[in-house]
Design a protein around this ligand. Structure first.
Ligand code: PMP
Length: 425
């Protein structure tokens, strides 16, 4: 066991903050970062991050394989990004108009992302997908939106998976299909009426929380493009989660399939708050017609951070680094699965891995596994894909694997060995 995996962990400061939070924050915390959704071994509050490591408020250190659920792609406190942000902050951030860096960022994104001829900026992924949807509706004069069942495109009513406090009317015009099943897209389009569909949303691969991940079938991607062309609807790629982790020019570039509109956020500024909607020429006029704005949408610091991030991603070969670290993790987990005779399913691209246990009712094994890993210094998630960053070194992965070794031991101890000798189904 490594030193990190064996270190004694306390929760004094975290528990004190949780008690205070319970009085002034609904349920003590809300949204996807609520520790109530996680095993008891997770902290709720964090103090700092450096490279691929984070420290909670009690000073416990973790190898972070959640990367703040995606934004951290070059490592926490990346020097180039933080210098660019600091230099811009010296000049100003939220001024009475945008900085010149906004144009620089739009130029960079439209030169890097192949389908894009223009860019609009906002604060987060929900803004970006909402901008895409409004643009598609303005361009087509139609209301219908077709999206994959179970996919998440933000907390807005049309894609909210738990739409409490949102009237059913706000979800009218939404039609769903099954990812990778073109016939089901056609059925959704027929249900909507082909002449009513403004946009077909898709993610680069199926990365719904709580499910094994599914890479895109190239024939599905091509079929979706052809279908959108035939009905005059916008193909909208939601790059919020996967953007720049798979390809610098857009996630479906290797397939030769380009969307009309794409939504970006999480990783494009290495943790600084910004979202972007990108579009092709045909949608420029419609984007110019919609009214969309926000008090903080023009912040110059995140834009400077984004320019530095996107530049560094390619200059520092970030995708190759994430793939290397991700492969090391996948191979190590496969080895441990066989050694402990605990069957697992590893799905998704190695740089956005997902781990599940076949037949794992209510995520009981996954929760024990991830809770044990957290107690031994590795942050994973039992129901959501994990993320690699370019800052994860071979040593970081070894440390994470020391924690997962303990986690496998715990699962085997509580649930017993699986029958298959090689630890896979
Ligand atoms: N789309 C996808 C694919 C996402 O993963 C997310 C966030 N998890 C969003 C949209 C919404 O982004 P945000 O939380 O920044 O609004």
């Amino acid at each position: 066991m490594t030193e990190l995996a064996s270190r004694e962990r306390t929760r004094t400061a975290d528990n004190a903050l949780r008690a205070r939070a319970a009085r002034v924050i609904p349920n003590g915390m809300y949204g996807h970062l609520s520790a109530r959704l996680l095993p008891a071994d997770y902290p709720q509050f964090y103090d700092r991050g450096r490279g691929a490591r984070v420290w909670d408020v009690d000073g416990n250190e973790y190898v972070d394989l959640m990367c703040s659920f995606g934004p951290m792609i070059l490592g926490y406190a990346h020097a180039g990004v933080e210098q660019a942000a600091a230099a811009q902050r010296e000049h100003g951030d939220t001024l009475s108009g945008p900085g010149g860096v906004m144009v620089e960022l739009a130029e960079l994104l439209t030169s890097r992302v192949e389908h894009a001829d223009w860019a609009m900026f906002a604060k987060n992924g929900t803004d970006a997908t909402s901008l895409c949807l409004a643009t598609a509706r303005a361009a087509t004069g139609r209301d219908g939106v077709v999206m994959a069942r179970g996919a998440y495109h933000g907390w807005a009513a049309w894609s909210n998976l738990r739409p409490i406090g949102m009237p059913a009317q706000d979800r009218a015009n939404v039609y769903t299909y099954t990812y990778n099943d073109l016939a089901s897209v056609q059925r959704a389009v027929d249900e909507a009426g082909a002449g009513n569909v403004a946009a077909v949303f898709v993610s680069p691969f199926r990365h719904d929380a709580g499910h094994d991940q599914e890479l895109v079938d190239p024939a599905f991607a091509r079929g979706l493009r052809a279908l959108c062309d035939s009905i005059g609807a916008a193909l909208v790629m939601d790059e919020v989660r996967a953007g720049f982790r798979l390809h610098h020019g857009g996630s479906w570039e290797p397939l030769g399939v380009r969307p009309d509109l794409s939504a970006w956020s999480k990783a494009i500024a290495n943790g600084h708050p910004i979202g972007a909607a990108l579009g092709s020429e045909a949608y420029r006029a419609a984007a110019g017609q919609i009214f969309a704005t926000g008090s903080f949408w023009y912040q110059a610091v995140p834009m400077a951070a984004s320019v530095a991030t996107i530049t560094a991603l390619r200059d520092e070969n970030a995708i190759a680094a994430m793939e290397k670290a991700g492969q090391q993790l996948r191979d190590g987990i496969a080895r441990q699965s066989a050694e402990h005779q605990v069957a697992v399913l590893q799905t998704g691209p190695v740089q956005m891995p997902n781990l599940s246990f076949p037949g794992d009712e209510n995520f009981a094994k996954a929760s024990l596994f991830c809770g044990t890993a957290a107690a031994h210094g590795a942050l994973l998630h039992p129901r959501h894909n994990w993320f690699l960053s370019a800052a994860h070194t071979s040593d970081d992965i070894d440390q994470a694997l020391a924690a997962t070794d303990e986690a496998f031991r715990a699962v085997r101890g509580q649930f017993g060995p699986d029958e298959s000798k090689d630890g896979t189904r």
